[in-house]
Write a new protein. Structure first.
Length: 370
């Protein structure tokens, strides 16, 4: 993966994390509806579609780099759990404090008080949106974890395709599909576009597209998404989805996959954009020590933390900050990002150290058994 392409993936990852944060801050209960246009254009949902494509690219790259199911599973599990475990416990803590101070800041369905055992089981297994054999649940205020329920299934299915052979492959794929349920499977093609894009890039290895063509491919899909949004295409596709499945309220059936058609269009445009960026970035010489590159890497290194911690933090601050506070919106945003960055410093950025510690423990256990 070239430095330029990798850096642009981090740019998009950072922007997507901010889009989710801003989209949720725009709720009336947080900012009075002053920024409700961000809810109306649904930037948070669009950002998740971007995340899915980026995830497909990165996971396909990681599978090739890791080379074995064991190493792939270890790296994916540590990447997720070193952030998810503390995020779940802080969600419990923040929700516990906030609901005791001001319960009105925790309206249903944005907060669901689950029994502790169910909260931990569904959170640690990243299964709140699996509805094949279980009911869907919300983990307190941490609604954004829904997308991780999707991604963990995609990771598992991709690993099966890459590392498992014979009849077991198809048995496991069928099992994961049954457990996950239809809504999760509907967005699998959006994620798979990222994985297929990386496969194409691996085969290309060097740019074959002219600079004007690559520039057009990088720019036109983004411009198309903006024009599609202005033209009202997402709403038209949502109506079409409702007509196909025969219900007026698509979300009541497909849940977070209600915009599957629009999300698929978004994913296709993002994948095309990234292909153009790859052909452009392969011709650029970038320094990792440049200030802008260092800032992008630093910010992207907290994107997962922003994603999983911003909602519990927003609710806690909404319950505790006085609404008459001067510059309330700036303070709300600043404190939320500060808490998320502090969380990242403790749990997301030290990933390599955590992995080394786990490997060291594993070696010691093997030696003691011998």
């Amino acid at each position: 993966m070239t430095r330029g392409f990798s850096l642009w993936l981090d740019v998009l990852r950072s922007l997507a994390a901010l889009a989710v944060l801003f989209g949720h801050m725009a709720h009336i209960r947080f900012t009075r509806g002053d920024y409700y246009v961000l809810r109306e254009i649904n930037i948070a949902s669009d950002a998740v579609a971007v995340f899915f494509v980026l995830s497909g690219v990165v996971i396909a790259y990681a599978a090739g780099r890791d080379g074995s199911l064991g190493k792939f599973a270890f790296n994916r599990a540590t990447r997720l759990l070193t952030v998810i475990v503390p995020a779940l416990f802080l969600t419990l803590l923040f929700d516990g404090i906030g609901t005791r101070i001001n319960m009105s800041a925790y309206p249903w369905p944005y907060y669901v008080d689950l029994p502790l055992g169910e909260f931990l089981f569904r959170g640690l297994t990243l299964s709140p949106e699996w509805n094949g054999l279980m009911d869907r649940v919300r983990l307190g205020t941490n609604g954004p974890i829904w997308s991780l329920s999707y991604e963990i299934v995609y990771y598992a299915m991709f690993a099966v395709l890459i590392f498992i052979k014979g009849a077991l492959r198809w048995v496991l794929l069928a099992l994961f599909a049954i457990i996950a349920g239809l809504p999760i499977l509907l967005l699998l093609p959006a994620w798979a576009l990222g994985a297929m894009l990386w496969g194409h890039i691996q085969k290309a290895r060097s740019p074959v597209m002219s600079i004007p063509a690559a520039t057009a491919l990088a720019v036109l899909p983004v411009a198309s998404l903006i024009l599609f949004r202005i033209a009202g295409l997402p709403d038209m596709l949502l109506q079409q989805t409702g007509q196909v499945i025969g219900v007026a309220d698509v979300k009541s059936v497909l849940f977070f996959s209600d915009e599957v058609l629009w999300n698929s269009v978004t994913a296709a445009c993002v994948a095309a954009h990234l292909l153009g960026v790859f052909h452009l970035s392969s011709r650029l010489t970038l320094s990792e020590t440049a200030p802008i590159a260092r800032f992008v890497r630093w910010f992207a290194g907290a994107s997962f933390s922003i994603y999983v911690m911003h909602y519990p933090t927003l609710h806690l601050l909404d319950a505790t900050l006085p609404e008459t506070l001067p510059g309330y919106d700036v303070v709300l945003l600043g404190m939320t990002l500060t808490i998320c960055f502090a969380f990242a410093a403790l749990f997301e950025r030290p990933l390599a150290s955590y992995r080394n510690s786990l490997r060291h423990v594993a070696v010691r256990l093997k030696l003691s058994e011998a």
